[in-house]
Design a protein around this ligand. Structure first.
Ligand SMILES: O=C(O)CCC(=O)C(=O)O
Ligand SMILES: [Fe+2]
Length: 280
């Protein structure tokens, strides 16, 4: 299957740069992102495409690497010098499995979508990112986030500025994506609002029930979000597409090992190539 046959290009003309239809969809995406930090393109992938992607998930599920931890909203360590009620001391269980990028070979539809040049250009324009490259990490460029009964993803902020996710299969129940836009800024952590979200007492929590085939663009660095716990025996599959600010960048070997359970030679060869000096 080719990407252009499974992306609903009549609704989302990703390849038709410069046309009125393209401008219209771009304007909507930009408005949604500015207002909510979130934009959902419903049924971006056709039902036939979704079927194929579910098959890829089922066929590669055994390659998923399971990981669970207790996490605060910042993925940080505990700090006993802070008061017990501080959000940095609020830890919740998190558990999932990532099916790594090398599970999706050249015959993979998920990979074909990610590598389709018009799709990359569309996502770049949608996110208005100047420096924008497909991730050179063969394990992390595309992954399927797989989770089942009891698992979810507690309230957090992302390390990266944006995520591009594709809903592939929902669990039998639960798994809603909840978010609270623009809770913090680069200058202000706004802990009092963070606590309200953690307590379920915030009045700006939006709940999204994504359907298989929906593409979500999300700016998660400033908007707090979570995936509600899952129920039932059907695994939830979400495809995650990653991009970087510089070409040829890969994950740090230690972090790659934690997330995917293995490291490849390229992680050592390209180690340390970064656009900034932040800790990974
Ligand atoms: O699985 C999802 O829908 C998003 C999970 C998430 O927030 C993350 O991986 O940072
Ligand atoms: Fe996140």
């Amino acid at each position: 299957m080719r990407p252009e046959s499974v992306i609903d290009v009549s609704r989302y003309p990703v390849h038709a740069v410069g046309t009125d239809e393209y401008q219209t969809i771009m304007a909507r995406i930009h408005a949604d992102l500015d207002r909510d930090g979130c934009c959902v393109l419903k049924s971006f992938i056709t039902p036939d495409g979704v079927k194929q992607l579910v098959k890829e998930g089922d066929a590669t599920a055994h390659l998923g690497f399971h990981n669970s931890s207790l996490t605060n909203p910042y993925f940080g360590d505990d700090d006993e010098s802070l008061s017990k009620s501080d959000p940095r001391r609020r830890f919740s269980p998190r558990s999932n499995a990532f099916i790594p990028g090398d599970a999706f070979g050249e015959d993979s539809l998920l990979r074909a979508i990610y590598q389709w040049t018009p799709f990359t250009a569309f996502v770049k324009a949608a996110l208005r990112e100047e420096k924008f490259y497909p991730y050179a990490d063969p394990l992390a460029d595309i992954v399927i986030n797989m989770a089942d009964e009891g698992n979810g993803f507690p309230w957090h902020f992302d390390t990266n500025n944006f995520t591009v996710t594709l809903a592939i299969q929902n669990a039998d129940a639960g798994g809603e994506f909840e978010y609270c836009p623009w809770i913090r800024t680069a200058e202000d952590e706004n802990y009092s609002e963070v606590v309200k979200v953690l307590d379920g007492a915030h009045d700006k929590i939006t709940t999204l029930k994504l359907a298989p085939g929906d593409l979500q663009l999300f700016k998660g660095r400033y908007s707090m979000h979570r995936v509600k716990p899952l129920k039932g025996t059907t695994p939830r599959y979400v495809g995650i597409f990653s991009y970087t600010e510089i070409p040829d960048m890969v994950g740090h070997p230690r972090r790659v090992k934690t997330l995917y359970g293995k490291v490849l030679p390229i992680h050592y060869e390209l180690q340390g190539l970064r656009a900034d000096a932040l800790l990974d």
